[in-house]
Design a binder for this molecule. Sequence first.
Ligand SMILES: *[C@@H]1O[C@H](CO)[C@@H](O)[C@H](O)[C@H]1NC(C)=O
Ligand SMILES: *[C@@H]1O[C@H](CO)[C@@H](O)[C@H](O)[C@H]1NC(C)=O
Ligand SMILES: *[C@@H]1O[C@H](CO)[C@@H](O)[C@H](O)[C@H]1NC(C)=O
Length: 304
Amino acid sequence: MSPRVQTFVFLFIWFSCQVSAVTFHQLPSRIVTESSEVHINCSHDDSSLIIMLWYQQKQDNTALTLIGFGYEMSENYEGQFEEQFKLTRRSATEGALMIKKANQSHSAVYFCAASMTNSGANEAYFGGGTKLTVLETGQPVTPPTVKIFPPSAKECRNKKDDIRKKTLVCVASGFYPDHVSVSWEKNGNGVKDGVATDSAAKRTPDKTYRITSRLRVPADDYNKLGNTFKCIVSFYNGTENVLRHASIKSIQGKSEGGMTKEKYLKHLQNAKLSYGVLIVKSCIYGAFIGFLVWKLQSSARKYS
Ligand SMILES: *[C@@H]1O[C@H](CO)[C@@H](O)[C@H](O)[C@H]1NC(C)=O
Ligand SMILES: *[C@@H]1O[C@H](CO)[C@@H](O)[C@H](O)[C@H]1NC(C)=O
Ligand SMILES: *[C@@H]1O[C@H](CO)[C@@H](O)[C@H](O)[C@H]1NC(C)=O
């Protein structure tokens, strides 16, 4: 092996080990009431990472803001955060972020991270984040209502699609707060291909949330007799994940794409052919009867 390849192999192994080195435990979801004291726990399994850092992410896909970091015996805060938060530490690998008096402004995702030094020379490892919702007063925790809608008739007539596809639409609505995830099943098996779910639930005028997910499947798959498509919504209600679902079953012939145009034309052609044969047959039969009658009449005339 050339030195270059050796270096590459070394770096590759080192990097792979680094990536899988630390395992974090952070609850994915928390729902708390206004004015409460909240502890967001974090633990990991690498005692050489003596610094624990906490970050706040206010909205999906936005930057993380550092709240503060701490060694086992001391804490450091970023300016405005000091009066609202407190970093606590039980050991090198266990700590918590405490919110002294939670209000609406604290609803966010909190990421715990760990590093060997604070110099930036060592990378920080991140936990999966805890999504925290501080409940609005007077807004009850409500699980979603789930509905599934069959493909629209318009889509079936779209001849531009060279592979004909159908889109099933699943809508979960009326829930609060927005701790949900949507998944799909076909005949009891998980489906990932062709799924597109809104990146975040949207607030509606009645103050509840709504989220939409779409599943695109080949038309043949949708039309196949007995195929069942199910949309499952998992909602976290503060103590556990509550499941709600809706499903749709293909009924061939009855479901709107059951008889294709090609099939219909073929049926029509077969019918025409049978009818034609019938007409020809009755013509021949008619001619034969006519011939018999003429023959009988002429022989009767001869006889008389
Ligand atoms: C956080 O950790 C403390 C100490 O281990 C424990 O008493 C508490 O129940 C934990 N809280 C949650 C929400 O897991
Ligand atoms: C929430 O708490 C923070 C800090 O304690 C305070 O600055 C802010 O005004 C509060 N917001 C509301 C809506 O009460
Ligand atoms: C969450 O769901 C469980 C099981 O359905 C139920 O027992 C519990 O009361 C619910 N909690 C809230 C806050 O709705």
